[in-house]
Write a protein that binds this ligand. Structure first.
Ligand SMILES: Nc1ncnc2c1ncn2[C@@H]1O[C@H](COP(=O)(O)OP(=O)(O)OP(=O)(O)O)[C@@H](O)[C@H]1O
Ligand SMILES: [Mg+2]
Length: 480
């Protein structure tokens, strides 16, 4: 017997009781009536202990599609595809995946904290008043949630919140993600389809796990941020030599969390006003990336100089006025401008945001930019370790072990080579893949890197020596 049948039978019983009650009302005095009323209410509660909530598809005067209805539809899609016998299938707009939902008049069960509840889909048809030959029928779809009244508080509060949030989260996961780039003060976008994942990212497994945990904790921490009164954002600084996987890691972050990417090219932004406009236009659940922050704009140290200059000019009001005028005409994006936006109100405009800066030289950056709170996590991506090499060997050559691994292990401890160079050497060159050839090619690359490093240190030593000589000669010249 389905829930609908059960309610049908209960409905008949209640109708019977109501009729008998109407008869009683005619013939019994007030006190007795009130007593019987109480008893019968108790009886109704006893035999019909369920509560129902209806969620209509269209709400409001302008008949907008209800956000709750669509979140419930998405939330129920996994339950529906397992339980319902009749399903509807559709391709969601902007998505490549097929979305399944239960057909009209189907019913699925759900469970929350050990409590069972039921969702039924329904449709009511009303005929619109019209003189046309073909009367317009108005279909109104809805979901009906049924649960025991004992659980009223839990279901109305935490459960429904959970359903709405989960529904929206599934939707975000299924949507096609976008990569936005700014052309001056406008964002344009393409579909983001980078295949990088943390699984394929070559780095120390412990460090990798720490970063993944950090990201996932952040993405689930809405209530925490609300409680402590902070905007729901987190800053990452990725630093390390070229070819160590900074950009690859950003793509992996976007894929892990299902966020959109905003690749912000600061040199194309005219001034702070344009920067503010761009940042306000970014959506929730996004990663805002500023690559090579050390070369992006004249940000390093500019703030300090400007402050000193401002203090001098503050004394002279005429100069101050002139300065404001020229500032509005020629101003560029400044470090203080950028910092104001990172800390400022825009970041609190709904939803989670990650801000990621990359640089090859972390020590060149203004400390104000990378202090904790602005850049919460500093991640160094460095030369290829043996652990990182093993990830690449597995990805590129499907190798878990090989007799050359021990030798390569030794070489990697001595020689600095970037994961990008290792990956290049491991790229299959023949079909079928010959792992030995690839590993040989890596060892050659390591030898070359070793020679290059030695030449570089020799060159540096020679330069130092010649500089020392020049200094000595100059000192001697001066003393004579
Ligand atoms: N840690 C890594 N794991 C897997 N592949 C990597 C890694 N590092 C580099 N690669 C490979 O090398 C290529 C270049 O790496 P990537 O662009 O991520 O480097 P980067 O650190 O951003 O360099 P740059 O500082 O020049 O921007 C990538 O396409 C990727 O295939
Ligand atoms: Mg890069």
């Amino acid at each position: 017997m389905t829930m609908n049948d059960m309610f049908g039978q209960l409905g008949s019983i209640i109708a019977g009781v109501m009729f008998t009650w109407a008869m009683f009302q005619q013939f019994f005095p007030h006190q007795l009536r009130s007593h019987i009323e109480k008893q019968s209410q108790r009886f109704v509660n006893l035999v019909y202990p369920y509560i129902q909530i209806t969620f209509n598809e269209f709400t409001g005067e302008r008949l907008m599609r209800s956000e709750a209805y669509s979140a419930i539809e998405t939330y129920l899609s996994s339950n529906s595809s397992m339980q319902a016998k009749r399903l509807k299938a559709d391709i969601v707009k902007n998505s490549q995946s097929l979305a399944l939902s239960m057909d009209d008049h189907e019913e699925v069960a759900d469970e929350f904290e050990g409590i069972k509840l039921w969702w039924a889909s329904g449709k009511s048809i009303s005929k619109a008043q019209s003189f046309s030959l073909y009367p317009i029928t108005d279909e109104k779809r809805y979901y009906k949630l049924t649960f025991h009244k004992r659980h009223r508080e839990l279901i109305i509060g935490p459960y429904l919140n959970y359903v709405l949030k989960e529904g929206k989260a599934i939707k975000v996961k299924n949507r096609q993600r976008k990569l936005y780039t700014n052309n001056g003060s406008h964002w344009s976008h393409v579909v983001f389809e980078h295949p990088a994942t943390f699984q394929t990212l070559a780095m120390d497994p412990e460090k990798k796990k720490e970063i993944i945990d950090d990201l996932i904790t952040f993405s689930k921490a809405e209530n925490f941020y609300a409680r402590i009164g902070r905007a729901w954002k987190r800053g990452y600084l990725l630093y390390g030599p070229p070819g160590t996987g900074k950009s690859t890691m950003i793509a992996a972050m976007a894929n892990l969390l299902g966020y959109d990417l905003y690749d912000l090219e600061l040199t194309a932004v005219k001034d702070n006003t344009e920067l503010r406009k761009l940042l306000i236009e970014t959506s929730s659940k996004s990663i805002i990336v500023i690559e090579d922050i050390d070369c992006s704009a004249d940000l390093t140290g500019q703030r300090k100089k400007k402050k000193e200059k401002d203090e001098e000019e503050e004394k002279d009001p005429v100069q101050q006025l002139a300065k404001e005028e020229t500032d509005t005409k020629t101003s560029k994006v400044t470090l203080s401008g950028l910092l104001n936006f990172i800390d400022g109100l825009w970041s609190a405009c709904g939803g989670e945001r990650l801000i990621v800066f990359t640089t090859n030289y972390a020590d060149k950056l203004d400390p104000a930019l990378i202090r904790r709170g602005r850049m919460d996590k500093h991640i160094e991506l460095s030369y290829c370790s043996f652990e990182a090499f093993k990830v690449l060997a597995k990805n590129y050559l499907h190798l878990e072990s090989h007799h050359l691994f021990a030798k390569i292990h030794g070489l990697l401890e001595e020689i600095n080579i970037t994961p990008a160079d290792v990956a290049e050497s491991l790229m299959p060159k023949t079909d079928p893949v010959d792992a030995e050839t690839c590993l040989d090619s890596l060892m050659k690359a390591l030898e070359i890197a070793e020679v290059e490093a030695k030449l570089k240190t020799d060159e540096e030593a020679r330069k130092k020596e010649s500089l020392g000589k020049q200094v000595k000669e100059k000192v001697e010249e001066n003393t004579n």
